[in-house]
Ligand binder design. Structure first.
Ligand code: G3H
Ligand code: ZN
Length: 287
C-alpha cells in the first residue's frame, strides 16, 4: 500500500482516531509540530500553510522544509495548502509539490463551489494521484486570531443533503464541514458543536474523510466527541500562535539583553511542541 495521506487517513478513520493538522510559517514551529506529534505517538501529521503563511515562507521553501524534516525524523509529514481560494493558487501549490490542497470555494454559490473544486481536483490528480483534495461546504466564520464574539447560526452549518451532492459531483477525498465550529478563539462566548448535525453528515457521506476546522478554543471533550462521531482530521492554528507569542514575550521580558534568536525562541518552540503533544493525545486511542 502506498504511504500517501489518504491511506493514512483511511487507517486512522477505521480506528476511529484522527490525524492532526497544524499551521506553520516558520521552520522552528514546523519542527515543534513534528516533534510534538511524533512524541505523542501519532502515526502521521499534516502541516499547513494558509495563503498568508505560504506567501510569508515561500511555497518552495515550505516543500523543501517538509521534505527535509520528514527524512530527518523518519516520520510521515504531509504538507497542506490550507484554504487556498483560487485555481491559480492551488495549481502553484500542486506544481511545487504540496501533498494536499484545500480548495476553499465555500463563499461561492453551491454550483460554483462544485465547479471550482472539480477543476482543482482534476488538475491535481492528473499531476499526482497521491495528492489529497479537500473541499469546503458551509459558512465557517472567524479567522485564526483571538476575537471577542462571532455570530453563528444553524443556517451556516453544512447541510447533509448538499454535502452528499457535493461529494458525488466533485469526488473530493476530504470535506471541511461546519457544525458550530469557527476559526479562532472567542473570549466572550462559548463555542458549541452540534454533534447531532455531525452524525447526520457522517451517515450521509460515510466514505469521505470529515474535517474539523477551527479546533482552537474547543473543549477537549468536544474534540473527543467529534472523533467518536466521524471526524478524522482536526485543524489547530490560533492556540499555537498564542502559545508561541506569549512564551516569546515572556522570554524577551525575562532577558531583555538576549539577542541570539535560537536562545530567546527556545521557550516559544517548547510551548508549541507541548501544546501539539497535548492535543495529539486526544486524537489517538491508547487501548
Ligand atoms: O485551517 C486552519 C484551522 O481551521 C485553524 O483554526 O485557528 O481555530 O485553530 P483555529
Ligand atoms: Zn481552517
Amino acid at each position: 500500500m502506498k504511504n500517501n495521506l489518504n491511506n493514512y487517513l483511511q487507517q486512522t478513520k477505521e480506528k476511529q482516531e484522527a490525524i492532526g493538522h497544524f499551521n506553520f510559517a516558520t521552520a522552528d514551529v514546523l519542527r515543534a509540530i513534528v516533534e510534538g506529534s511524533k512524541e505523542a505517538g501519532a502515526k502521521a501529521v499534516m502541516v499547513g500553510t494558509s495563503e498568508g503563511e505560504a506567501s510569508f515562507l515561500g511555497l518552495k521553501e515550505a516543500v523543501a522544509l517538509v521534505r527535509a524534516i520528514r527524512e530527518d525524523y523518519n516520520f510521515p509529514v504531509f504538507l497542506n495548502a490550507d484554504h487556498f481560494k483560487s485555481f491559480e493558487k492551488c495549481k502553484t501549490a500542486i506544481d511545487e509539490g504540496y501533498d494536499s490542497i484545500i480548495i476553499d470555494a465555500s463563499t461561492l454559490e453551491f454550483e460554483e463551489n462544485i465547479k471550482l473544486t472539480q477543476k482543482v481536483l482534476e488538475y491535481a490528480k492528473n499531476k499526482n494521484p497521491d495528492v489529497s483534495i479537500e473541499g469546503e461546504l458551509g459558512y465557517l466564520r472567524g479567522s485564526s486570531q483571538v476575537q471577542q464574539k462571532i455570530e453563528i447560526t444553524p443556517e451556516d452549518f453544512t447541510k447533509p443533503e448538499e454535502a452528499k451532492v457535493f461529494v458525488e459531483k466533485t469526488g473530493v477525498d476530504r470535506l471541511a464541514i461546519v457544525f458550530g465550529n469557527i476559526h479562532g478563539i472567542v473570549t466572550d462566548q462559548e463555542e458549541k458543536l452540534d454533534i447531532n448535525r455531525l452524525q447526520q453528515i457522517s451517515l450521509t457521506i460515510p466514505d469521505v474523510f470529515l474535517v474539523l476546522h477551527g479546533a482552537s478554543g474547543l473543549k477537549d471533550q468536544d474534540i473527543i466527541n467529534s472523533i467518536n462521531n466521524g471526524i478524522s482530521n482536526i485543524h489547530f492554528n490560533t492556540e499555537l500562535r498564542v502559545a508561541y507569542k506569549e512564551s516569546l514575550e515572556e522570554a524577551l521580558h525575562q532577558k531583555p539583553e538576549e539577542t541570539t534568536p535560537y536562545k530567546y525562541l527556545a521557550s516559544a518552540i517548547r510551548a508549541v511542541k507541548e501544546l501539539v503533544k497535548q492535543k495529539t493525545r486526544f486524537f489517538i486511542k491508547t487501548q
